[in-house]
Design a protein around this ligand. Structure first.
Ligand code: HEC
Ligand SMILES: [Cu+2]
Length: 349
């Protein structure tokens, strides 16, 4: 038996197994990270470019490989395996043809690509685009809405059907802003402002992710784009612009503790003395869906776990050292103090 057949029969079962696993893992309907089902203008434009390029590449592959396989089979030396087959060199018409044909194909792809780049670049010029300033931090996302005078993190609310023109900045290293179903995948470069835009066709929630390795918790640098109806977006804006309500009881004690122990050095809470800029703005933390850039769902129990030991939840994050010392210093009253903080933070709707 030739070597290749022996190889194949020995490895065929594991190979089929691997192929099955890969194939079946593609058969899920929950695909937040796919770019193949675009849900907004920018992503659709890119997808419309992908289609002709992909099918052109398939056609080129089939033609070239087909000719190759045909030639290998048809012109092999049949009688004497050691003999060199008939050799020939040079064919001017053929060479001209296979120089011109790819040049035409590449010319068409070039034209389509430049048109798409221009179309994506023209989106923010559409009337009533909403401006968002996106700032990347190791390892979370800040969203400022300069015209609406509000700041949030991790949840980027946008009105469905309206173009969002965003600028991209980083306070530390290079990140990349990417919402697979809407668009993006543009770098955030320290000291430089990049621009981009997208819109969501329908209300819904879209998964976002840092797409440029930026350190230990790069994979946990996530966010969600929440496309609201116009009315829901207005309600959200109004709520985010409001100041925290007057507090009483445990929430009030939690606020006092927050102000006293130094959380305010890193976090801002509008209407209070907390104006820190190292961590996420917590003014309406209670209205957000996740804690620590999508790592935990925003529930009181998860918040307790986060405050008790952020290092365990997201190793290496900038709040860990402070919290480890603080919790240790509290000793036996740690549980009680954390409860007060949870009471306060969850009240910040
Ligand atoms: C040294 C700066 C620093 C201090 C002090 C600090 N934090 Fe943080 N905090 C951060 C950073 C940075 C993050 C984001 C971590 C990440 O997701 O990578 C964060 C995240 C959070 C979050 C989650 C916010 C969100 O939107 O995901 C909460 C809640 C929080 N901190 C509360 C507190 C409280 C309460 C205190 C005081 C006991 C405190 N922090 C002290 C830096 C700090
Ligand atoms: Cu990043």
């Amino acid at each position: 038996m030739p070597v290749s057949w022996r190889f194949l029969s020995r490895f065929s079962r594991p190979l089929v197994g691997v192929a099955l696993v890969l194939g079946l893992s593609a058969c899920t309907s929950d695909l937040p990270q796919t770019t193949l089902y675009p849900k907004g203008t920018s992503a659709s434009l890119v997808h419309d470019l992908l289609q002709p390029i992909f099918w052109t590449a398939v056609a080129v592959f089939v033609i070239v490989e087909g000719l190759l396989v045909y030639s290998v089979a048809r012109f092999r030396s049949r009688r004497d395996p050691k003999a060199i087959p008939f050799q020939l060199h040079g064919n001017t018409p053929l060479e001209i043809a296979w120089t011109i044909a790819p040049a035409i194909v590449l010319g068409i792809i070039f034209f389509l690509t430049v048109s798409t780049i221009n179309a994506v670049g023209d989106l923010p010029k559409s009337a009533n685009a909403i401006n968002v300033r996106v700032i990347g931090h190791q390892w979370w996302w800040e969203f400022q809405y300069p015209d609406l005078k509000l700041v949030t993190a991790s949840d980027m609310h946008i009105p469905a059907g309206q173009t969002v023109a965003y600028t991209l900045e980083s306070v530390d290293v290079i990140h990349s802003f990417w919402v697979p179903q809407l668009g993006g995948k543009t770098d955030l470069i320290p000291g430089h402002i990049n621009k981009g835009s997208f819109s969501a066709d329908q209300p819904g929630e879209f998964f976002g992710q840092c797409a440029e390795f930026c350190g230990q918790q790069h994979a946990q640098m996530r966010f969600h784009v929440i496309a609201d109806t116009a009315a829901d977006f207005q309600a959200w804006v109004k709520n985010q612009q409001s100041l925290p309500p007057a507090l009483a009881g445990k929430a009030k004690d939690g606020a006092d503790l927050f102000a006293k122990i130094g959380c305010a050095g890193c976090h801002t809470i509008a209407g209070t003395n907390a104006i820190g800029l190292v961590g996420p703005n917590l003014t309406h933390f209670g209205s957000r869906n996740t804690i620590a850039a999508g790592v935990l769902a925003n529930t009181p129990d998860n918040l307790r776990a986060w405050l008790r030991d952020p290092e365990k939840v997201k190793p290496g994050n900038d709040m860990s050292a402070f919290m480890t010392t603080t919790v240790k210093g509290w000793g036996a009253s740690a549980g009680q103090n954390i409860d007060l903080l949870v009471e306060y933070l969850t009240s910040l709707k």
